[in-house]
Design a protein around this ligand. Structure first.
Ligand code: SAM
Length: 211
């Protein structure tokens, strides 16, 4: 029998507010708390260019477009859902790349559209049930996301990445702290309490302890 999960508070709220996934409230909370989309001094607000890695079904992308009106590059193995987008994903300021963000081909396609003022990744592998395989895969996605940020963020730009317990997460946070003015770990309220996920943030690229 198919497993049916009853929609929770956040999923119902997302549907009502026109987002395909509850994850939008994680980004919203981090934005309200850390000012992720704040214009970077020395650049114009109109220059906002966001890279959304692991973007499908598209809540973080929709939030970005509604919030900034800037340019968005989104990438995922799966297509974005058009159920709530009101035509936004077909607009001239959106570029969607369907592919594996760890592949060289996708990397080249994404980086050719940089630089970015904000890079975030909510990418998560399909779970296999084998926790060491799942941990390795999710850590590889988080590392890949940091490599995009290091390759394509403008000075002062921000970075957010989903991480799961396991892998060298301490090493990842250390690298973020070296590259950004501030590096921190944050678990949004909308994360399921039983979930091992958390988010690492890098704020102010190029002004960290190594910069
Ligand atoms: C939790 S969902 C992202 C939800 C999204 N932030 C939203 O708000 O709608 C994780 C996504 O990561 C994507 N993903 C996993 N591995 C990937 C890979 N190697 N390359 C690209 N996308 C990947 C999955 O296809 C899935 O759509």
């Amino acid at each position: 029998m198919a497993h049916y999960e009853k929609p929770d508070y956040w999923s119902l709220k997302a549907r009502k507010e026109g987002y395909p996934a509850r994850s939008v409230y994680k980004l919203k909370e981090m934005d309200e708390r850390f000012g992720l989309f704040k214009p970077i001094s020395g650049t114009r607000a109109a220059c906002t260019k966001v890279l959304d890695l692991g973007a499908a079904p598209g809540s973080w992308s929709l939030y970005t477009l509604r919030r900034t009106g800037g340019f968005l590059v989104a990438a995922d193995l799966a297509p974005l859902s058009r159920q709530y987008d009101q035509g936004l994903f077909g607009g001239p300021n959106v570029s969607f790349i369907q592919g594996d963000i760890t592949s060289e081909e996708t990397k080249a396609a994404i980086l050719s559209q940089g630089p970015f003022t904000l890079v975030f990744s909510d990418a998560a592998p399909a779970t296999t049930g084998n926790s060491s395989v799942d941990t390795l895969r999710s850590f590889a996605l988080a590392e890949a996301a940091l490599e995009y940020a290091e390759a394509a963020l403008v000075p002062g730009g921000n970075f957010v990445v989903k991480v799961f317990q396991g892998g060298d997460t301490a090493g990842l946070l250390k690298r973020i702290r070296e590259g950004f003015k501030t590096g921190k770990s944050f678990k949004p309220t909308a994360c399921r309490s039983e979930s091992f996920e958390t988010y690492y943030l890098g704020l102010g690229y190029g002004t960290g302890s190594a910069g």
